[in-house]
Design a protein around this ligand. Structure first.
Ligand code: IMP
Ligand code: MG
Length: 178
């Protein structure tokens, strides 16, 4: 609680753990209702979503599976340069109801990449649940179906979110001090 320092930067508390947890309970309740009888597969996107995925999935009471994927960067041969590929996917998702779990949707580039690659595996449906959304930064048309919190366009850390790899290990979410 209070202020923290991650590497060279100072952050102040923005979303306390209790608030995060109670919102996750609400999201879980909604998902339990919407996916009753559908046996969905939750797809956690690593690394950022690991805490959200854990806390949310503990509150899922319907039959459901969970698995994790990672977006890996590799140097493309084209002039576009950095291409991101979703790794860890397999045919198991064909004809299944998929719920993507993201920590945060910012510009939407990441979720756009994920959606395009997932569609190729022909799931029955794809929904997105993101703990956080920065509406002012979001540039895509893909609906973010379940959103924990809509936040201003400021840099945050904690609860799985990092600053240069550090700061993921806090149960609260902190915003960069200006
Ligand atoms: P997008 O592709 O612009 O939507 O960005 C999504 C990714 O950027 C997230 O999965 C995070 O890894 C990272 N990101 C965006 N905003 C923040 C932030 O405020 N703090 C930490 N990571 C962030
Ligand atoms: Mg992420």
């Amino acid at each position: 609680m209070g202020d923290i320092k991650v590497l060279d930067k100072e952050f102040i508390i923005s979303l306390p753990a209790e608030k995060i947890q109670s919102r996750i309970s609400e999201l879980a309740e909604e998902l339990n209702g919407d996916f009753f009888g559908k046996r969905p597969i939750f797809l956690g996107i690593l690394n950022g979503s690991f805490m959200f995925a854990t806390d949310l999935f503990k509150r899922i009471t319907i039959d459901a599976q969970i698995t994790f994927l990672k977006l890996a960067s590799y140097q493309g041969t084209s002039s576009t340069g950095n291409v991101k590929q979703l790794i860890g996917l397999n045919q198991e998702i064909k004809d299944q109801h998929i719920i993507i779990l993201e920590d945060i949707v910012d510009t939407g580039e990441t979720i756009d990449t994920i959606m395009r690659q997932l569609s190729g595996y022909l799931p029955a449906s794809i929904r997105i649940a993101s703990l956080l959304l920065k509406p002012d930064a979001y540039k895509k048309d893909i609906p973010i179906d379940y959103v924990g919190f809509r936040i201003p366009n400021q840099f945050i850390v904690g609860y799985g979110l990092d600053y240069n790899g550090f700061g993921r290990n806090y149960e609260d979410i902190y915003v960069l001090k200006d």
